[in-house]
Design a protein around this ligand. Structure first.
Ligand code: SF4
Length: 478
């Protein structure tokens, strides 16, 4: 196999995906090396955030914290892990969806309050953070970071006179939006999920202990068994008395982020009862049924389009081929979220395989197009390899709205599907055909659970209110 001719457009590509949010992990397991298990759990969740990583560990008397900027493997050395000792731990990997990319915003956050020490790691975005922060500051609160997670900590600390669980209940009544939290005190691990269940959070067992994580792949990695998902509106407390579940808020209409299945989550994870890989494969099958295309081969844009491309090939009978090769050692190029770094440093390297592609009519499957900055380059690469026709198939509906619940989908005016018609997008990327999976087709994959999802970035139905569009056409947070 060989790539296209030297000097062709193969190689340097800008990434064009929504940015993952954060990953959280927590463990209560006396007798186990909880620090190292958390380290491995964070490794399994690294795809959810690569800017910073941190671990807080409790031994019954105190909570210790170590965190820093970079990948899990860069932040922690053996010495740092050896110095964190205890039987309870929480961990966090972060990509900044609120708050700048700065060490002070790395998590877990650790505070001392009237009840002792409290560490917190958060996945999601609050939608009423501006109002809450102003209210807290007006009554004397000070903030070290620009994250909404610190607002949560402040609210908890102010309501803690009747105990932490009571404070959490009050906090959940106050805060709106998306939050999956893991909280550590000197002697407890607590997991909390917002009443809509936007972001995933699952619960497992490890011997006599417990593990919680954003995705079940982290449970698998540390040898824990999955019990169930933390329910929307539920608090789970794990300590020497075992596990206590408190259904604090009535679950509202569920709004699990459907993009977890389309792109974010690891394919081996189970989220809210569905295996991510199987859902992606089914997306490809449904897409093939919606758009019968006459073509010679189906190729994925690796790796995000691979499962759906297999499903498309199975349903259509068109052979699956690997026509694009990905350089697997470019993880760090995803770290910097600033626009400058996206344009200059964030390059996704792909190479095309002439022997597979030359003279073929190709169905190319990817999960989504966000700003439309890479698809045209990939199509041009295929043309350079002698491809006769390129039919671009996406396993998601067009992204036309911004997300306010913990995903960086870009501003609305940057989203190509919000600006251009289907025909215009097809022309702008130079494809012979462009097909998006329908929203109905996507939701039908989930059968009786089809109403349990947030689909706001496709249809503008925001499950938790965000401020109305301003004259700019953008939505903004309260
Ligand atoms: Fe997920 Fe889109 Fe809803 Fe955001 S708006 S939570 S990305 S489905």
């Amino acid at each position: 196999m060989a790539g296209c001719r030297p000097g062709s457009t193969n190689g340097i590509l800008l990434p064009d995906k929504p940015r993952e949010e954060c990953g959280v992990f927590g463990i209560y397991a006396p007798g186990h090396d909880v620090t190292r298990l958390t380290y491995y759990g964070l490794y399994a969740l690294q795809h959810r955030g690569q800017e910073s990583a941190g671990i807080a560990v409790a031994d019954g008397k105190k909570v210790q914290l170590y965190k820093g900027m970079g990948l899990v493997s860069e932040v922690f050395s053996g010495d740092q892990l050896n110095n964190l000792r205890g039987h309870i731990a929480i961990g966090h990997v972060r990509y900044s969806t609120t708050g700048a990319s700065h060490p002070v915003n790395a998590q877990p956050l650790l505070f001392r309050y009237a009840g002792g020490m409290l560490g917190l790691a958060h996945n999601g975005n609050l939608t009423n953070v501006t109002e809450l922060r102003s209210r807290l500051m007006a009554t004397g609160s000070v903030f070290q970071s620009s994250t909404d997670s610190e607002v949560i900590v402040n609210i908890i600390a102010r309501s803690a006179q009747n105990g932490l669980e009571d404070a959490l209940v009050k906090c959940m009544i106050d805060i709106k939006g998306a939050y999956s939290l893991v909280i550590i005190t000197e002697n407890k691990l607590i997991a909390v999920r917002d009443p809509h269940g936007f972001r995933p959070l699952c619960l497992g067992t490890l011997g006599e202990g417990y593990v919680v994580a954003s995705e079940s792949c982290a449970l698998d990695t540390v040898g824990a068994g999955l019990i169930r998902d933390v329910q929307p509106g539920e608090i789970v407390v794990m300590d020497e008395n075992g596990l206590e579940s408190i259904q604090v808020l009535k679950p509202r209409k569920r709004a699990h982020c459907i993009f977890e299945y389309i792109y974010f989550a690891r394919p081996d994870s189970f989220i809210d009862g569905f295996n991510v890989n199987m859902v992606r494969r089914e997306m490809g099958r449904v897409l093939a049924g919606e758009y019968p295309v006459d073509a010679d081969i189906v190729i994925p844009v690796p790796d995000s389009g691979t499962a759906a491309a297999r499903g498309f090939a199975e349903a259509s009978g068109i052979p699956f081929e690997e026509g694009l090769m990905k350089n697997r050692y470019i993880g760090r190029t995803f770290i910097q979220p600033s626009q400058e770094m996206r344009d200059l440093g964030v390059r996704l390297k792909l190479n095309s395989v002439r022997e597979v592609l030359n003279g073929k009519r190709v169905v190319m499957v990817d999960d989504s197009i966000v700003r439309g900055t890479t698809s045209g380059k990939i199509v041009a690469m295929l043309r350079d390899c002698g491809v006769k026709e390129v039919h671009m198939c996406l396993s998601s509906p067009p992204i036309t709205r911004s997300c306010y619940y913990g995903i960086d989908t870009s501003n609305e005016d940057e989203l190509i599907a919000a600006r251009l018609s289907l025909e215009e997008i097809c022309r702008s990327i130079g494809a012979d055909g462009l097909y998006y999976l329908s929203l109905d087709g996507l939701l039908n994959i989930f059968g009786n659970s089809r109403d349990n999802f947030c689909t706001a970035c496709f249809d503008g139905n925001y499950p938790v209110e965000v401020a109305k569009p301003k004259e700019t056409g953008k939505y903004s947070l309260e």
